[in-house]
Design a protein around this ligand. Sequence first.
Ligand code: PGA
Length: 252
Amino acid sequence: MIRPMRPVIVAGNWKMHTTPGDAGELARTIARRTNEPGVARVLCPPFVCLAAVRDALADEPAGLGVAVGAQNVHHEPAGAYTGEISAPMLAGLATWAIVGHSERRRDAGETDELIGRKLLAARAAGLRTILCVGEQLAERDAGRAIEVVDRQMRGCLAGANPGLAGGDPLGFTIAYEPVWAIGTGKTATPEQAQEAQAFIRTLIEVPVLYGGSVKPENAPELLSQPDVDGALVGGASLDVESFAAICEAAAK
Ligand code: PGA
């Protein structure tokens, strides 16, 4: 099958790891070690490390092709929201944002409706967005994975203009991340990822990444699926060699 020309993206979600003291060095090393043609790289460190990562990449010739993303944004541009970070605050720090990660759905009680508002807030601030969707294990076992993804997609996009990408092929991206595969070492089979991602693409024609225990060992098979346009990588994105191997697999 000839794969349609869609951008290939490998994004690293550093979660609650790294400090402003060591994040820049990690970003610089990753930038030097990864430079596959045609693979957009995005590093998403904690908020407090965004400036360090931005500066490290700006000082490094190899850093040119690496984008910086936030792991979350607030749904309002400003206001009395103690401890929160809004999308406009990220100006000059990040050009991407992850929205609706399952750990935030779980820990911060984010609903599809709220995530939809975050998506709009991020887009209004000019950020490229990665919207995360994915089912729980019990939902998959009950044969409801696609139904859940459908509900999340419709719930998150209800208030959104379908022209979210705004002509930018990277502007709006989905990550299919089955919750049972995140940080567990269990990965969706290539067939499971392909089925869910092909379904997502029937709803919206944008790049769709797979996330959930992506590792150098499983990346080649996952990334060779026709509807897997890249990866959202958690644990393995903190290891330079692992992240580099995933980028290499994405380039093939
Ligand atoms: P993982 O995380 O690769 O560690 O499973 C993926 C994610 O949460 O985006």
